[in-house]
Unconditional design. Structure first.
Ligand code: HEM
Length: 183
């Protein structure tokens, strides 16, 4: 994944646990470079190793860390150079979820080697169902956190329930999402 993703993880860990914890985790993950380059593609293993090393260091399950990273990513991306594209892609949780593919396509203009996920969204009563397609394994908890982060972005209370898992042999992870304006 692009260095931007690893930089966001670095930012999260440094803010919450301090620079020393990040250095320990980076070394534990076998990464010798002291800094990531935003626009450079790194093997996905780099990101997975960092998550694994962080989980070991904090004694916290990887899915919990991925979910927290998802929430953090939305706020991190919002204050970065592509934040405006995200906000212009929708004015509510449901709208942004429905335009994630178009949003990543616009972002791919700056990141030509982007291998983005794909989200198919349909209405289901007062909820929406989101099918998340990716060739990368294990990131469903990241998506849960991302959707929660989107809710926070729009001041909405969001509930996310995973209703299908690729582990069960289906082609995509699916989530039912309810969002309403926080009162
Ligand atoms: C300004 C906002 C955003 C930017 C700049 C951005 C950019 C990126 C980048 C660079 C990657 C790594 C993929 C690669 O390097 O090949 C990525 C992956 C991903 N993005 Fe976004 N993204 C943004 C917002 C979002 C939002 C709001 C979601 C909400 C669901 C999302 C969902 C994902 C997921 C799930 C992945 C993991 C890759 C995978 O599943 O295969 N992104 N994005």
């Amino acid at each position: 994944m692009y260095g931007m993703v690893n930089q966001a993880l670095e930012s999260l860990v440094t803010e919450r646990f301090g620079a020393d914890v990040w250095t320990t985790v980076r070394q534990k993950a076998g990464i010798t470079d002291p800094a990531f380059i935003t626009m450079k593609q790194y093997p996905d293993e780099v990101t997975y190793s960092l998550a694994g090393a962080l989980s070991e260091h904090l004694q916290a399950p990887i899915p919990d860390l991925l979910r927290a990273f998802g929430v953090y990513w939305v706020a991190y991306a919002q204050r970065g150079p592509w934040g405006k594209i995200m906000l212009a892609s929708g004015g509510s949780t449901y709208e942004l979820l429905a335009s994630l593919d178009a949003m990543h396509a616009r972002i791919a203009i700056s990141f030509p080697e982007l291998k983005p996920p794909s989200f198919k969204v349909h209405r289901d009563g007062d909820a929406v169902v989101v099918d998340y397609h990716s060739h990368r394994p294990g990131l469903a908890p990241f998506v849960v956190g991302l959707i929660e982060g989107i809710g926070t972005l729009f001041g909405e209370t969001v509930t996310v329930e995973q209703i299908a898992s690729k582990d069960g042999g289906v082609p995509a992870d699916s989530f039912r999402v309810w969002a309403k304006k926080a009162s």
